[in-house]
Design a protein around this ligand. Structure first.
Ligand SMILES: Cc1cc2nc3c(=O)[nH]c(=O)nc-3n(C[C@H](O)[C@H](O)[C@H](O)COP(=O)(O)OP(=O)(O)OC[C@H]3O[C@@H](n4cnc5c(N)ncnc54)[C@H](O)[C@@H]3O)c2cc1C
Length: 416
């Protein structure tokens, strides 16, 4: 079914009885050309692009839980291309362009809202660093505007300008950045993949990877063995555990990242804002809740809920930036498991096992990568060549001494 205004009218007039499920629930087949492990944003977009761009439709996405239950439905929905380092710059720039066409591409309302992102700076040193980053964004073909304190005050009247510890000097404005409805993105890609013949199989946990003489042969699952010519590991926070099934030890640590939402307020925050003196960022959802977050909990964990020390840290940063937030009641907090790499940048690569591919290490930022990652990963799996936008995101880069360290914090997982 194609969604349109006409369809809404027709269904409305006929009792809304004609809507169809977004995707089928098929039984797993004994064999596929490609098995994608993980039905998050990256796994679903990989399957979608395999089918759409390369005509590879004998594909199964195996998801141990339900579609949208992982990080793709837990993030704070920020989409941007404000990176400054080769490797990341071209990749996220490519991905943002795909976001801009996504709703037409998927015929699905992902509520993409390019409301603009402002990274605040609070010292001369930070201003220099953001000016450099802005120039790099512009040279990559993306948009970046340096704003002074007065311009920021006009756009963000609600933040504190009188805080003596964190004076606002200005901000780096990225107008094309914004937010999208996270679970709609998962549903849209799932529906698009299913329409092209991909089997989406929920409640199907991969428990083993079958390898013979260095060649992948399939997977063991909670619903029985499935043979496959190619297997893709796309399991975000569980990457180390699933890769270990193929005898691989990844340079990844898993950490929990929390997020928070307040009760619904009248529209007051028009942009996504990021505080330069603490890790705190915030936007307002379409329902009116202020959605915000900060750092990971800093210790390795597979728990998908965080601890109070980080909740306190995030609230403190929020209060320092915009004291009015203290008047709003926090409704919920939740957590997701992040696959943190030592340099903070991801991997899209083949492995030493023939036919086995891996896509992981998205750290804090994998939501905005969803379309770009799927497209580049599908390209690699279908053609055997790295997509030009992801050619530097290789597994062996650390062994080669080539880090893509955007934060310049050095090789330490929990600092990225
Ligand atoms: C609180 C929070 C805020 C965030 N905010 C942002 C943001 O604003 N912007 C941004 O760009 N990024 C953000 N991120 C990061 C982003 O959400 C992730 O990097 C991204 O979603 C990870 O990729 P995914 O969608 O494929 O992961 P997931 O949705 O986690 O998909 C992986 C799937 O693999 C499945 N799986 C695992 N093991 C197995 C197995 N053995 N067998 C079968 N299936 C398995 C899991 O159940 C899961 O559904 C945030 C993350 C969190 C937690």
């Amino acid at each position: 079914m194609r969604y349109s205004a006409w369809q809404i009218l027709k269904q409305g007039l006929t009792g809304n009885t004609g809507w169809q499920p977004h995707w089928r629930s098929p039984e797993p087949k004994a064999e596929y050309d490609v098995v994608v492990i993980g039905g998050g944003g990256h796994g679903l977009s990989t399957a979608y692009y395999l089918a759409k761009e390369y005509g590879i439709t004998n594909v199964a996405v195996l998801e141990k839980g339900y579609i949208g239950g992982g990080n793709v439905g837990r993030n704070t929905t920020i989409v941007r291309a404000n990176y400054g380092i080769d490797g990341n710059s071209e990749f996220y720039s490519h991905s943002l362009k795909l976001w801009e066409d996504m709703e037409q591409e998927l015929n699905y309302n992902t509520m993409m809202s390019q409301r603009g992102i402002i990274n605040l700076f609070h010292s001369d040193g930070q201003r220099d660093a953001f000016a450099k980053r802005g120039n790099m964004m512009i040279s990559q073909g993306d948009d970046a505007i340096m704003l002074g304190r007065d311009e920021i005050r006009e756009m963000l009247p609600y933040i504190s300008y009188d805080n003596p510890r964190f004076p606002v000097y200005g901000g780096l404005y990225h107008p094309r950045g914004g937010t999208a409805r996270h679970d709609a993105v998962a549903w849209g890609f799932a529906r698009g993949a299913d329409q092209r013949g991909v089997d989406i199989i929920q409640q199907c946990e991969v428990t083993g990877i079958d390898i013979e003489n260095g060649v992948v042969r399939g997977v063991q699952t909670s619903r029985g063995p499935i043979r496959a010519k190619k297997v893709a590991i796309v399991v975000a926070g569980r990457s180390s555990q699933v890769a270990a099934m193929a005898g691989m030890r990844l340079p990844i640590e898993s950490h929990v990242l929390q997020a928070f939402v307040t009760e619904g307020l009248k529209p007051c925050v028009d942009h996504v804002i990021s505080f330069g003196m603490g890790h705190f960022y915030l936007s307002q959802s379409d329902k009116g809740g202020l959605v915000f977050g900060g750092d990971i909990d800093f210790y390795a964990s597979y728990a998908s809920r965080g601890n109070l020390h980080m909740a306190e840290h995030v609230m403190e940063a929020g209060m320092a930036l915009m004291p009015m937030i203290g008047r709003a009641k926090v409704l919920r907090s939740w957590g997701g498991i992040m696959d943190m790499t030592p340099d903070g940048s991801p991997f899209i690569d083949r492995t030493q096992t023939e036919g086995l591919f891996i896509n992981c290490g998205w750290c804090y930022g994998g939501f905005k990568a969803v379309p770009g990652s799927g497209k580049c990963f599908a390209h690699l799996m279908a053609t055997g060549d790295h997509h030009p936008a992801a050619s530097k995101l290789r597994l062996d880069r650390l062994a080669r001494g080539h880090v893509i360290d955007e934060e310049a914090t050095g090789s330490q997982h929990n600092l990225h």
